[in-house]
Design a protein around this ligand. Structure first.
Ligand SMILES: Cc1cc2nc3c(=O)[nH]c(=O)nc-3n(C[C@H](O)[C@H](O)[C@H](O)COP(=O)(O)O)c2cc1C
Length: 200
């Protein structure tokens, strides 16, 4: 039935206006054991299909570790916000994401004199950790706050003239209840929506 307040054409224009102005978010997902994932898979499923979101699953795309550098650089150029989404492995990222850093963030493209391809883009980590939040503090097993361990990402972003945002961290994944995981999915989806609206 035709709305008394707005025509079909009006709906179409409002829809076009909303999606056109959304910031484009690229999620670079790196999980070598995705089939066993309890939390990351759920987080990815929560945001999969959002209009302004591209999910680039590195282990699915490059099972042999041969990264298509030009393709990856092209993806970066087409997006406004980049998310390095991965489980926290040995206080860092799984190996293929490190390979991605080594090859894709090339001198002359990502950093160096007159290299401004990534300038002004926003970037952040989305990570899950086995260690509970309390362990990432002085006196805890992991001794230092999680932000300390993420400094190489933060500094890499800085070198590439990108703006490093506060990370989205899910701690103690093995102890989370289904309800807690559901809650994190809602939070992640809200964050991705905000990033799309430029509110974050
Ligand atoms: C090789 C490996 C290294 C890991 N290193 C860490 C670590 O440094 N700190 C930590 O808190 N958890 C560590 N973990 C636990 C993972 O972060 C945890 O299993 C993962 O976040 C679970 O996410 P998922 O349910 O999506 O697989 C490690 C796990 C593996 C398999």
């Amino acid at each position: 039935m035709q709305s008394p307040f707005i025509s079909k054409k009006g709906f179409f224009f409002i829809f076009m206006y909303q999606t056109k102005d959304m910031k484009k978010v690229l999620i670079i997902f790196a999980h070598p054991m995705e089939q066993k994932s309890r939390v990351n898979r759920e987080l990815i499923d929560a945001v999969d299909g959002m209009d302004h979101v591209t999910i680039n699953n590195l282990y699915e795309r490059y099972p042999d570790f041969f990264i298509d550098v030009k393709y990856e650089q092209g993806l970066l150029l087409k997006h406004d916000v980049i998310i390095w989404h991965h489980p926290f492995y040995w206080y860092s990222a799984p190996a293929l994401l490190k390979e991605w850093f080594d090859l894709v963030l090339e001198h002359g493209f990502a950093y160096g004199k007159d290299a401004n391809a990534l300038k002004g883009k926003k970037v952040m980590n989305c990570i899950t950790t086995g260690g509970r939040e309390a362990t990432y503090a002085a006196g805890g097993l992991n001794r230092y706050p999680i932000d300390n361990y993420l400094l190489p990402f933060n500094q890499s972003a800085h070198l590439c003239k990108m703006k490093y945002l506060k990370p989205f961290v899910v701690h103690g994944v093995h102890l989370l209840t289904k309800e807690e995981i559901e809650n994190y999915k809602i939070q992640y989806k809200q964050l991705i929506k905000k990033l799309g609206n430029g509110d974050q």
